[in-house]
Ligand binder design. Structure first.
Ligand SMILES: [Zn+2]
Length: 178
């Protein structure tokens, strides 16, 4: 039996419309993503939200119906149960490196270092850096505007002082001349 539209939508929203394995979003892909049974139906997996994962077509395809045959067989990372940061770390060049055997197996099986994903991570990193630069620029501009205001206040005070000084001088001269 296929999944109900409600169940699909629930899984999709829970994942913020992005692949739970690789992070690519519907917007990146330009279409809806697929629903993966973490424990494949053919291996006894249920149509339950706890077993469903929003996955891009590529991750789903690479995963296929993998399920460890024995306890000793390598396990795939289950985004339902652990965060990715427990198993991988992203390098500056956009490549993922594994922190655990599960991480290493998942990177290999799902090809999480495929060129397009690495490029997408690099782009995300560059965008974050650009936002940071922009924020720093805005802070500097604000600080400069403040400094300018203080300078013009000072200049005005100085003018007032000069005016007073001139007035005093005139009074003094008048007194001397009288
Ligand atoms: Zn994916």
């Amino acid at each position: 039996m296929s999944l109900s539209a409600d169940l699909r939508e629930q899984v999709r929203r829970r994942a913020n419309c992005a692949c739970e394995f690789c992070g690519i979003s519907e917007v990146d892909v330009g279409s809806l993503l697929t629903i993966d049974h973490f424990q494949p139906k053919s291996k006894g997996g249920l149509d339950d939200v706890s077993n469903l994962i929003y996955a891009c077509a590529a991750c789903n395809q690479f995963k296929q119906s993998y399920w460890p045959k024995t306890d000793a067989a390598p396990k795939l990372w289950n985004p339902r149960e652990q965060s990715g940061s427990q198993h991988f770390v992203e390098q500056k060049d956009g490549e993922l490196t594994a922190l655990t055997p599960t991480g290493a197996f998942t990177i290999k099986r799902l090809r999480l270092n495929r060129g397009q994903l690495v490029a997408a991570r690099q782009r995300r990193r560059q965008q974050a850096e650009a936002v940071q630069l922009l924020q720093r620029y805005q802070e500097t501009a604000l600080w400069l505007a403040q400094a300018n205001r203080q300078l013009s206040d000072l200049a005005m005070e100085q003018q007032e002082l000069l005016k007073e000084q001139r007035e005093l001088l005139r009074l003094l001269l008048r007194r001397l001349n009288s």
